[in-house]
Design a protein around this ligand. Structure first.
Ligand code: SAH
Length: 216
């Protein structure tokens, strides 16, 4: 793993931030987090030189590190406030986790691929990030630690799992890509009361699928 963050890397990150700004990301805190985190630390060695391209890349277990624009877009929709308790489903490379932590979130992150869980659980603390890690099925949320201010799903879900909306605080926001393997619609669910939700859609994206434990 290349753990040197050089001036060249920093320069490439500045260009990446300009690119995602052009694509419409406005939130200054989100842009600052993207500029700060060395994305190349999270990439597999064969793709490191492409770390600052605005693209998704393969990581272990057939999964992907999301495209920076997508990470920024989801994070912007999540409207994280300092101190928010955030549940992230799909730890993957851990890149998105560190972006949430840069915004001051207390992050609970779940991953169902053991190799990724093991890798990220030792890697993130080594670069100074200590979220709470869980190995399991994110479809179920994290009942024991609910409710959450924010919930972020970073894999494509066929529907909005009821466990997740029920584990959201009133006034809380769930961001989830909803659809099938052909593509998903970025969706926000704002919890108005225990039984009332405001659902909005924000355009098409393409994620690896959210896989339930029964389908393992
Ligand atoms: N946020 C990640 C993106 C990872 S891709 C990053 O920044 O790198 C989506 C991840 O969701 C994959 O690692 C996949 O294994 C995981 N995943 C899929 N279904 C899941 C489930 N039911 N519970 C938890 N994680 C799941």
């Amino acid at each position: 793993m290349n753990m040197i963050d050089s001036y060249r890397h920093k320069g490439l990150r500045k260009q990446l931030v300009e690119e995602i700004k052009r694509k419409g990301i406005r939130d200054e805190n989100v842009l600052a987090a993207i500029e700060k985190i060395p994305r190349h630390y999270f990439m597999n060695s064969s793709f490191i030189e492409f770390a600052y391209e605005d693209q998704a890349f393969p990581i272990d277990a057939g999964q992907t590190i999301s495209q920076p624009y997508t990470v920024a877009f989801q994070t912007e929709l999540l409207q994280v406030r300092k101190g928010d308790k955030v549940l992230e489903i799909g730890t993957g490379s851990g890149y998105q986790t560190t972006i949430l932590m840069e915004l001051g979130a207390k992050v609970y992150t779940i991953e169902r691929q053991k190799v990724l869980y093991d890798k990220v659980k030792s890697f993130l603390p080594s670069i100074g990030y200590k979220p709470k890690f869980f190995y399991g099925d994110g479809y179920l949320g994290l009942h024991a630690f609910a409710p959450f201010d924010r919930i972020l799903v970073t894999a494509g879900a066929p529907y909005i799992p009821e466990a997740l909306t029920s584990q959201l605080k009133i006034g809380g926001i769930l961001v989830i890509p909803v659809g099938d393997s052909m593509g998903q619609e970025m969706t926000t669910v704002y919890k108005k009361t225990e039984t009332e939700f405001e659902i909005k859609q924000w355009g098409g994206f393409r994620f690896v699928p959210l896989v339930g434990d029964s389908e393992r």
